[in-house]
Design a binder for this molecule. Structure first.
Ligand SMILES: [Zn+2]
Length: 204
C-alpha cells in the first residue's frame, strides 16, 4: 500500500474502527454471543446479557489516549521501514511526547512477538528431522552428540520450506514445531515418528 492509498483508506477514526471491526470476530466478551448491537463500535452491546464493550477491547489500542489514525500511521510506517523508526521521529511525526511514542512502539513490538506463526494451511506436506554434523547431513538415531538437530516441513505444491534448529529431539519440541506450522487438515508424509502420527493424518 502506498502512502496516498493509506491516507485515503484511514483518514478518520471511523475508517480505522471499521477496519478493526472487519478483522475481528465480533462476539460478546462475557457470554461469547454473536448477537450484538454494533451501531457504536466503541460501545457495542450484547443483546443476550447486555454487556457493553468496545471493539478495541483486547487490542493494543484499548484505553489509549492516542487517536487510531495515529496508531495506524505508525503501523504503516513500521511495516514500510526496514530498520525501525527512532522514537524521537515518531514523537515528531505524530505530535506526541517521547514517552507516548516509546510506549506505542513497545506495544506494537510486543504484539508482533506474540503473534502465532502462520500455518501451512492446505495440502500435502512432508516433515522430517535430520542431524547436521561435521560430515554433512546425517539422519541417524535421535541422539545429539556433536550434531545439530534440524527439523523441516516441506509443502510440495508451493515449494515452501520451513526449517528450524531444535535443542533436542524431545517429542514435545518436535510436535510443537509441527503444530505451529501444519494445520491438522494437512496430509503429512513422515518416516513414522509416532508423536506426529498421533496428531496428523499420515502417510508413511
Ligand atoms: Zn453477552
Amino acid at each position: 500500500m502506498k502512502l496516498n492509498e493509506f491516507n485515503n483508506a484511514f483518514q478518520t477514526e471511523q475508517q480505522c474502527l471499521a477496519y478493526i471491526a472487519n478483522l475481528k470476530e465480533n462476539k460478546c466478551i462475557r457470554c461469547f454471543n454473536f448477537n450484538l448491537n454494533t451501531s457504536d463500535l466503541k460501545r457495542m452491546r450484547c443483546l443476550k446479557c447486555n454487556q457493553t464493550f468496545s471493539i478495541l477491547t483486547g487490542t493494543i489500542f484499548s484505553r489509549s489516549q492516542t487517536s487510531l489514525t495515529s496508531w495506524f500511521y505508525l503501523i504503516f510506517r513500521w511495516i514500510n521501514t526496514k530498520h525501525g523508526i527512532p522514537s524521537t521521529d515518531i514523537a515528531k511525526e505524530l505530535g506526541v511526547t517521547l514517552k507516548t511514542a516509546w510506549r506505542m512502539t513497545h506495544k506494537i513490538r510486543t504484539r508482533i512477538a506474540k503473534q502465532k506463526p502462520q500455518f501451512i494451511v492446505e495440502g500435502t506436506v512432508q516433515i522430517d528431522e535430520m542431524y547436521l554434523s561435521h560430515m554433512g547431513f546425517k539422519k541417524q538415531g535421535r541422539s545429539l552428540v556433536n550434531k545439530t538437530l534440524i527439523v523441516g516441513i516441506y509443502q510440495k505444491t508451493t515449494n515452501n520450506l520451513i526449517v528450524k534448529v531444535l535443542k533436542n529431539a524431545k517429542s514435545k519440541n518436535l510436535l510443537q514445531f509441527a503444530k505451529n506450522h501444519i494445520s491438522s487438515k494437512c496430509l503429512v508424509y513422515n518416516d513414522g515418528f509416532s508423536p506426529f502420527m498421533y496428531y496428523f493424518n499420515f502417510i508413511i
